[in-house]
Design a protein around this ligand. Sequence first.
Ligand SMILES: [Zn+2]
Length: 231
Amino acid sequence: MEYKLNNFHYNVPEQDLLDDIKRVAAKLNKMALTSREYDEVGKYNSGTIHRRLGSWNKALEKAGLEAALSLNIPDKDLFENIERVWISLGRQPTHREMKPPLSKFSTYPYGRRFGTFRKGLIAFVEFIKSNDDNNLAMQNVESEKIPSEIIQDNEPVYRHKTKRLPSERLKVQVLMRDGNKCRLCGITVTGENIHFDHIHPWSKGGETVLENIQVLCETHNLAKGNLTYDS
Ligand SMILES: [Zn+2]
């Protein structure tokens, strides 16, 4: 008896791999195909395809199919992911930085959705600019002093029209305006070291709006906090 090793398909032309993906997709009547679905009826092995084409999604793209991964992510999730990455870095992410753990998604689904990652970023900037700031607690109410009869200890208390903590969207707006540099010393700040400071302190009636929030480094945020009792 002669034992015959399984064929590893090292030398299959790339086009044959792609043609077989198309054949399986047509057979299953699907525009998107998971590697598991392919392995059930495919002539080759999805591991081989992965190795030869770089990734399963790249193989699907080359075969002219939609990547299952990128089909069902809502725009909102794609944008909120950039929002998180932008705040972590303090600035616009590069192509290379869009990978776990920093980013939940690669640039791939952005390319699928918007044409290119850059076009995705352009759409993101529009999203940041156009969406209602969810910091607003109430509409069209000026910050006002609460009537003196309910003020205790002579400490003025303000009714705010915004929430104290800036929303993720507002943070990105501030970073887009200031860059990731402390407004007082110019040092570059990232991650935990980025502080979003109320220029006119919250405790003195300052609102959480773009014009009243600035980027500070930790040192200057602490220094200012000691001065104004506002963090
Ligand atoms: Zn500083």
